[in-house]
Design a protein around this ligand. Structure first.
Ligand SMILES: Nc1ncnc2c1ncn2[C@@H]1O[C@H](COP(=O)(O)OP(=O)(O)O)[C@@H](O)[C@H]1O
Ligand code: SF4
Ligand SMILES: [Mg+2]
Length: 332
């Protein structure tokens, strides 16, 4: 019996100490996922989506990364305070991540069978001994679930013998093998052909629906989340700027950044979002004060460069971090 959120990120800061100074990337991230929920996380490249999720799995390289503030609760326990054993359990049974680049996620020197077998052994057996035969059978089932034909032969292959689409499917198989509670899919298939990307997304949706797994789908395009997510967070330059149910967000987008993203949607086949919003993500060495979006915002007011906006609640299922939606907001 679990009450409260499955994942609850509170006021998370991540800095990177690099030659030349400190990149202040995450600037107080708040993000929540409830059990069984499918949540989208959208924002243009470089806004900190992957950094946020790497912090959750504690796979940020430290140094250069540092976490000067924040908490990340998974089922009520702060991941940032966990010891190695508990963290191992979270990674083995609780949360798994499907990375953007399937090539980098698979180890080139081990066969698919060895890698998938390791995941199966770890997450299914929960520390108990299971036979090689059983591991093999489970690995075959996992590959069939992601619609990969000829599983027996595939298990003997090395990653380089597979196409990009097959590698991405193997990564998904590894993420869903066992009873994971939360899958973080970081722009799955983005490095692949559009039609294959589409198949990958459909596959992911089917699996999370069948297994009732919670999922965080990261993407830089709004169109993708519309089909999968129950709720969507929009992120800009290290902070969440708007959150709403998917239906509400698409029918009533409010934050000026979200509006820009919406305008850019049809043009998002390969490029950036430059057509929707002039300008670019700020320099994290010296980010703008106040609302980080103010240098690009066509509705910026005096207060916007001075103070940071909080999340203002505009309805039960919709919050916006923008002074326009503070009570009496437009006067200032
Ligand atoms: N290992 C690192 N070292 C230094 N800076 C990094 C590192 N990883 C990420 N960053 C910084 O964090 C910013 C956000 O990156 P990222 O989280 O990958 O964005 P997104 O996933 O939204 O495209 C990057 O622009 C970069 O400046
Ligand atoms: S707070 Fe100000 S600068 Fe930021 S999005 Fe709202 S209006 Fe624009
Ligand atoms: Mg990323």
């Amino acid at each position: 019996m679990s009450v409260g959120p499955l994942l609850d990120i509170k006021d998370l800061y991540v800095h990177f100490h690099v030659f030349g100074g400190t990149l202040k990337v995450l600037d107080g991230v708040n993000f929540t996922v409830y059990s069984g929920e499918k949540v989208g996380l959208v924002g243009e490249t470089g806004c900190g989506k992957t950094t946020t999720m790497k912090a959750v799995l504690r796979v940020l390289p430290m140094p250069p990364a540092r976490i000067p503030g924040g908490e990340i609760y998974f089922k009520g326990r702060d991941i940032l305070k966990m010891g190695a054993e508990e963290l191992g359990r979270v990674r083995g049974e609780g949360i798994s991540m499907v990375f953007q680049d399937p090539t980098a996620a698979l180890n080139p020197v081990f066969t698919i069978g060895q890698q998938l077998g390791a995941v199966v052994r770890y997450s299914l057996a929960g520390g108990k001994r299971i036979s090689r035969k059983e591991i093999h059978q489970r690995a075959v089932v996992a590959l069939k679930e992601v619609a990969l034909p000829d599983a027996e032969r595939l298990l003997k292959n090395y990653p380089f013998q597979l196409s990009g689409g097959m590698r991405q499917r193997v990564c998904i198989a590894m993420a869903v093998a066992g009873s994971r509670e939360l899958i973080v899919a970081d722009e799955p298939g983005t490095s692949l052909d559009v039609s294959i990307q589409d198949q990958i997304l459909r596959l992911l949706r089917r699996l999370v629906e069948e297994k009732n797994t919670s999922v965080i789908l990261i993407t830089h395009t709004l169109g993708v989340v519309r089909e999968i997510a129950d709720r969507v967070y929009v992120m800009y330059a290290g902070k969440m700027v708007e959150v709403a149910t998917t239906e509400e967000l698409f029918s009533r987008p409010l934050h000026p950044y979200t509006l820009g993203l919406m305008k850019a949607v049809p043009k998002l086949t390969g490029g950036g979002i430059a057509d929707g919003i002039p300008g670019r993500i700020p320099d994290y060495l010296d980010p703008p004060g106040g609302c980080r979006f103010h240098p690009r915002c066509d509705q910026a007011m005096g207060v916007c460069s001075q103070e940071k906006p909080w999340f203002y609640r505009v309805s039960d299922d919709h919050e916006v971090a923008c002074f326009l939606y503070r009570e009496g907001g437009k006067e200032k």
